[in-house]
Design a protein around this ligand. Structure first.
Ligand code: PXP
Length: 256
């Protein structure tokens, strides 16, 4: 039995910028948070440069790219402006997300099947610039097939609906959502896609999703930045790493 691929942890520092922007000025600095995250075991840093610049701003992504010793994953809408910025910035990866100005966070997955041509062009342009592109989608067969058809090498499965059901204590909905993720991850891996996951994950959900062998990366932000208020960012990330590794270890045990 081949060994399970290790699971990577990407830390999303958007909400460090949210806090900074609440007062203006420079504190707390997302770059400092990113450096602490890496020292605590993060494999990479994620930042979402939204069209309205509500948290991360252009200068943040330039500083993150210039100073980080680990890969930067730029979350972005597939707009001409963002594609230009990404091609100039040249992050390790770009995760294309849907964006609506009125939403509080990225509420759903991309409709890849409904926007194939526009997304194919954006994926092609980013990939041509040497950036590893992922598409943030729900774990639905039609979206997975479309992502593969337009040449994206990676998908990130939106785990928000599952995590919401877990937090609400809706056991039936949570089981149905998790089952959807399990099937989606398997389908995507069969299609040759690398599979990531993220949105709404906490210690419990991250440990559980780490048991899925197809998923090789989790991107986590809000919960950990919130936990940092109580236990400090470094410790929160170390706890997350431990939870994920425990889940992965369980999966390896089940496989052998
Ligand atoms: N992955 C993607 C593509 C996202 O858009 C987000 C939210 O910005 C996350 C992961 C992280 O979600 P959360 O902040 O809920 O952990």
């Amino acid at each position: 039995m081949p060994a399970l691929a290790p699971i990577r942890l990407g830390i999303n520092v958007d909400h460090v910028a949210t806090l900074r922007n609440a007062r203006g000025g420079k504190h707390p600095d997302p770059l400092k948070a990113a450096e602490i995250a890496i020292a605590a075991g993060a494999d990479g840093i994620t930042a979402h440069l939204r069209e309205d610049r509500r948290h991360i701003v252009d200068e943040d992504v330039v500083r993150l790219k210039a100073h980080l010793k680990r890969p930067l994953n730029l979350e972005m809408a597939a707009t001409p402006e963002m594609v230009e910025i990404a091609c100039k910035l040249h992050p390790h990866a770009a995760c294309i997300v849907p964006e609506r100005r009125t939403e509080r966070t990225t509420e759903g997955g991309l409709d890849v099947a409904g926007q194939r041509e526009a997304l194919r062009a954006a994926v092609g342009r980013l990939a041509g610039a040497g950036i590893r592109v992922s598409l943030f989608i729900a774990a639905e067969a039609v979206q997975i097939a479309a992502a593969s058809a337009i040449g994206a090498p990676v998908i990130e499965i939106h785990t928000g609906a599952w995590c919401d059901a877990l937090v609400a204590g809706d056991v039936t909905a949570a089981a149905a959502e998790f089952d959807r993720i399990v099937r989606g991850a398997a389908l995507a891996a069969e299609a040759g896609l690398e599979v990531h996951a993220g949105h709404g994950l906490d210690f419990v959900s991250a440990e559980k999703i780490a048991t899925l062998p197809e998923i090789v990366e989790l991107n986590i932000g809000h919960f950990l930045i919130g936990e940092a208020v109580f236990e400090g960012l470094g410790d929160a990330i170390r706890h997350m790493r431990t939870a994920m590794d425990r889940g992965r270890g369980r999966a390896a045990g089940q496989k052998s």
